[in-house]
Design a protein around this ligand. Structure first.
Ligand code: DGL
Length: 266
């Protein structure tokens, strides 16, 4: 495997771009292939079997395009299929899970709130995470159905997004959480709104940077990190509408000249 091979990243949609931007910051020379499974978004209320099938197809596609490592930039897909994907692909696969561990370290009153999808919160992986790191912490879980769809439309500051977010955040704050975990990769794009609604004194935990550091560590271990050359490029793919997804990616990636290819992977 060549060091020049790209990093493959995927999510149900544009949420994983919050992780991809942390990877881009830490590893500016790396090429990135990003797959947004927009036709199947949201994953968060789907049958885990369907999500697993999608993960396999996307993982195999990214490897067929030469990816040297796969990043499952999705808490939901990690929860449903990380182990299977690792068994299937012959490159390292990095997953991610809600930042319960850093939240337990950050809380001052022993109460943390976790915003995530229904599938992530209901999964065995999340139960294990809470058991391992949060036995003496009160964990208030809050599924946020409908939020991902608004982010997929680029409605990051819309009144309907604020209304929905408030309806999920307020009960968690009312129960006394002083630390909020963003347990879905879409939510960091709402961070300014979350901070404003939560007010001062509430810590927000996002695991994007930790995932980027883990990617860096694993690439180094396998001697796969690019060490010199030009700045890396990004190539985006989607199972959804090329024009619609391109528009949202451009606004989130803060660039105008990006290339998005429609590729359904049926
Ligand atoms: N961004 C994903 C996550 O981290 C999935 C959201 C969804 O498709 O429901 O969980």
């Amino acid at each position: 495997m060549s060091q020049r091979a790209p990093i493959g990243i995927f999510d149900s949609g544009v949420g994983g771009l919050s992780v991809a931007r942390d990877i881009r910051k830490l590893l500016p020379l790396e090429d990135i292939l990003y797959y947004a499974d927009s036709a199947y978004c949201p994953y968060g209320d789907k049958d885990p079997k369907i999500i697993q099938q999608r993960e396999k197809k996307i993982g195999q596609f990214l490897v067929s395009q030469g990816a040297k490592i796969i990043v499952v930039a999705c808490n939901t897909a990690t929860s449903t299929g990380l182990e299977d994907l690792r068994g299937l692909l012959n490159v390292p696969v990095i997953g991610m899970e809600p930042g319960v561990k850093p939240a337990v370290a950050a809380t001052r009153n022993g109460k943390i709130g976790v915003l995530a999808t229904c599938v992530t919160i209901a999964g065995d992986r999340f139960a294990t995470l809470v058991k391992r790191y949060a036995e003496n912490t009160e964990v208030i879980t809050q599924p946020c159905p409908g939020l991902v769809e608004l982010i997929e439309c680029g409605k990051l500051a819309a009144p309907e997004t604020e209304q929905k977010l408030r309806s999920f955040l307020q009960p968690v704050l009312d129960q006394g959480a002083d630390t909020i975990v963003l347990g879905c990769t879409h939510y960091p794009f709402l961070r300014p709104m979350i901070e404003r609604l939560a007010g001062p004194g509430i810590s927000i935990i996002d695991t994007g940077q930790a995932v980027a550091r883990q990617v860096n560590r694993v690439l180094n271990e396998h001697n796969l990190t690019i060490t010199d050359g030009f700045l890396g490029s990004e190539q985006f793919y989607t199972s959804g509408s090329q024009a619609a997804v391109r528009e949202v990616i451009q606004s989130l990636w803060l660039r105008n000249n990006i290339s998005v290819t429609a590729l359904p992977l049926i």
